[in-house]
Design a protein around this ligand. Structure first.
Ligand SMILES: Cc1cc2nc3c(=O)[nH]c(=O)nc-3n(C[C@H](O)[C@H](O)[C@H](O)COP(=O)(O)O)c2cc1C
Length: 404
C-alpha cells in the first residue's frame, strides 16, 4: 500500500541537481523502501557511487557490464523495480529514452523497464526550451512516462527560469502517488482542510495551535493517488504542496470557512483535518500592544463551527477529526452526531510519537453505523489511505442525506 518495502530504481544523470538525488534517496530509505541506484558516467562527475552507498542504497550500478545487473542472484534489476525514478534527468537521457537509444547503463535499464517511470528533468532554461527537448518530453508523456517539474527557480547560473529540478520532497510525494496508483476517485472532487489557523491580536501577535498540517497534506496527497481532483485549503504550514494539488492558503478561521464553503460547491468529499481556532480575540489592536506591569486580559469570541454550519453545499461525504485526550471515542461520537458528519477520525495527540508534528498517527475511525475501525500506529500517508478507503466504502453504501 505505502512505499514501505517497495523496490525503487533511482537513476541519476549528469546534472548539477545530482546532489539533490542524495536527499531523495534518504527520503526513500527513511520510508523503508529498498533502493538501487543507477548512475551515468556524467553523474559521477557530480556525486560518487560511494555517496549513495553510504546513504543507504542497497546497490549502485555504473556500468552496463556489471554481472549484478542481470545475475540470477540479484534478480534482473529491471524486473526487480516497482518504479524507476530518474532525478535529475538530463536533456540527453530524455532524448535517448524518446529515441530508443540504450548506449550506457541508465538508458539501457530504462529501456528494459516495464513498470511506471518518473522523470524529474533539470537543465539550463535554453536547453529546456530547445525544440527537440520539448518534442521528446511531449512524446514521452504521450507514451505514459510521468514527469515532475522542472520548476521555475534559481538555476545553477543564478538566473531565475524554468529548469530547476523539483524538490526531493515533491519527487518523493509524486513517487508515492504513482505507486498508490488507484482510480477509485477518478472524476471526484475532494476538498481537504489542513493546518492551524491564526487569529491576529495586533500587527505582530496571533493565537494559534501546534497543528503542523501533516495529516491534511497526507490526505490531499493520497487523494491524488486515488485519482481525485483535489483542493487543499491550508492554514500556515511549511510542508511542500503535494504535486497535482490545488492549494489555497488562508490564515484565519473565517477565511478557512469561506474558502471551504466556496470549494465545497459541487464537491464529493470533504476531509476537515484543519485545527481551526475555537476562539478569536474580540478585537484587533491596530498598534502593537504595549507591555504593562498589570498584565493583560484578553477577551475572546467564539469562531464559527465550519463543519456544523456547512449549508446546502455540503459534500456527500463529510469527514471530521476529533482531537481528545480523555474519553476519546465517546466524545468523538458526540461530535459526529452534533456536526452531522458521516465519519470522524479520533486521535489523542498526547500519545508518544504520534499526532502533532509527527509523521505518524494512531487513529480510530468512527461512523454512525458499523464498528469503530482502530488502526495501529502508521505513517500519516498510510492513515490517509485508510481514511479515504473507509469514506469510499461509506459513499458506496449511499445512505440518502434525509435519512440521517
Ligand atoms: C557543470 C555542468 C552542469 C550540467 N548540468 C546539466 C543539467 O542540469 N541538465 C542537463 O541536461 N545537462 C547538464 N549538463 C550537461 C550534461 O552533463 C551532458 O549533457 C552529459 O553528456 C549528460 O550525460 P548523461 O545524460 O549521460 O548523464 C551539465 C554539464 C556541466 C559541465
Amino acid at each position: 500500500m505505502s512505499i514501505k518495502g517497495k523496490n525503487i530504481l533511482l537513476g541519476v544523470s549528469g546534472g548539477i541537481g545530482a546532489y539533490k538525488a542524495c536527499e531523495l534517496l534518504r527520503l526513500f530509505v527513511k520510508a523503508e523502501a529498498r533502493v538501487r541506484v543507477i548512475m551515468t558516467e556524467a553523474a559521477q562527475e557530480f556525486v560518487t557511487p560511494l555517496t549513495f552507498q553510504s546513504l543507504g542504497a542497497e546497490e549502485v550500478s555504473t556500468s552496463v557490464f556489471e554481472p549484478k545487473l542481470y545475475s540470477l542472484e540479484h534478480v534482473n534489476w529491471a524486473d526487480w523495480g516497482n518504479i524507476m525514478v530518474i532525478a535529475p534527468c538530463t536533456a540527453n537521457v530524455i532524448g535517448k529514452m524518446a529515441g530508443g537509444i540504450a548506449d550506457e547503463v541508465l538508458s539501457t535499464q530504462a529501456m528494459a523497464f516495464s513498470g511506471p517511470i518518473l522523470l524529474a528533468p533539470a537543465m539550463n532554461v535554453k536547453m529546456y526550451n530547445n525544440k527537440a527537448v520539448q518534442k521528446n518530453i511531449a512524446y514521452l508523456k504521450s507514451i505514459g512516462v510521468n514527469f515532475i517539474g522542472p520548476e521555475v527557480g534559481h538555476l545553477a547560473t543564478l538566473i531565475t527560469a524554468t529548469g530547476r529540478m523539483s524538490d526531493p520532497a515533491v519527487i518523493f510525494s509524486k513517487t508515492r502517488q504513482i505507486l498508490l496508483g488507484r482510480n477509485d476517485l477518478k472524476g471526484k472532487r475532494v476538498v481537504v482542510g489542513a493546518g492551524p489557523t491564526r487569529e491576529p491580536l495586533d500587527p505582530v501577535r496571533y493565537i494559534s495551535n501546534y497543528s503542523s498540517g501533516k495529516m491534511g497534506y497526507a490526505l490531499a496527497e493520497a487523494a491524488i493517488g486515488f485519482g481525485a481532483d483535489v483542493t487543499l485549503i491550508s492554514g500556515p504550514s511549511n510542508i511542500p504542496v503535494p504535486p497535482g494539488v490545488n492549494i489555497i492558503r488562508v490564515e484565519t478561521a473565517s477565511q478557512m470557512q469561506s474558502e471551504i464553503e466556496r470549494f465545497c460547491i459541487g464537491a464529493d468529499y470533504l476531509y476537515m483535518a484543519a485545527a481551526v481556532s475555537d476562539f478569536k480575540p474580540a478585537s484587533f489592536q491596530k498598534q502593537k500592544i504595549k507591555r504593562t506591569e498589570q498584565g493583560l486580559k484578553l477577551v475572546l469570541h467564539p469562531n464559527p463551527d465550519i463543519l456544523k454550519s456547512l449549508g446546502k453545499n455540503r459534500p456527500q461525504i463529510v469527514v471530521g477529526f476529533a482531537l481528545e485526550i480523555e474519553n476519546l471515542e465517546a466524545r468523538a461520537f458526540d461530535k459526529l452526531r452534533d456536526k452531522r458528519l458521516d465519519m470522524i477520525v479520533a486521535n489523542n495527540p498526547s500519545e508518544e510519537g504520534v499526532g502533532f508534528g509527527s509523521d505518524y498517527n494512531r487513529v480510530t475511525i468512527l461512523t454512525r453505523q458499523g464498528k469503530p475501525v482502530k488502526l495501529e500506529k502508521l505513517p500519516k500517508f498510510d492513515v490517509a489511505i485508510r481514511i479515504i478507503e473507509e469514506s469510499i466504502k461509506l459513499r458506496k453504501r449511499d445512505v440518502p442525506k434525509n435519512k440521517r
